[in-house]
Design a protein around this ligand. Structure first.
Ligand SMILES: [Zn+2]
Length: 118
């Protein structure tokens, strides 16, 4: 891939991996609203730095679902954005929604739901 260091490619693949984990968390959240009052679910940060930062973020399920409608969007802790890979499109004190730069999109475009990128 042109223009993207191996380091960032690896990180982008990690992000896709954390997305898979969060997809399972979301499925659990949908079937267990009882333990997530207000529909807020604790997800893993998808920044993919190193082996993953291991931090968690609390997101309303409907916000998470809106992120997943595009295969190049991820959710990370504030400050965990990587400018070489993504830019922020929405943010709160708890999480930042990031959109992948064009160079990184092919790496993460195997969305488990087959959602299109925009
Ligand atoms: Zn992180």
């Amino acid at each position: 891939m042109e223009g993207l260091d191996e380091r960032f490619r690896r990180q982008a693949r990690n992000e896709a991996l954390f997305r898979e984990v969060n997809e399972r968390i979301a499925q659990l959240g949908e079937s267990a609203q009882a333990w997530s009052p207000g529909g807020v679910v604790e997800f893993l940060c998808e920044c993919g730095v190193g082996d993953g930062c291991g931090e968690r973020l609390r997101i309303p399920l409907h916000v998470y679902e809106s992120v997943r409608t595009q295969d190049d969007r991820f959710v990370v802790r504030p400050g965990h954005e990587t400018p070489e890979l993504e830019h922020a499109v929405d943010w709160t004190d708890e999480y930042v929604i990031v959109d992948k730069v064009d160079a990184a999109e092919p790496v993460v475009a195997d969305d488990p739901r087959g959602a299109p990128s925009a």
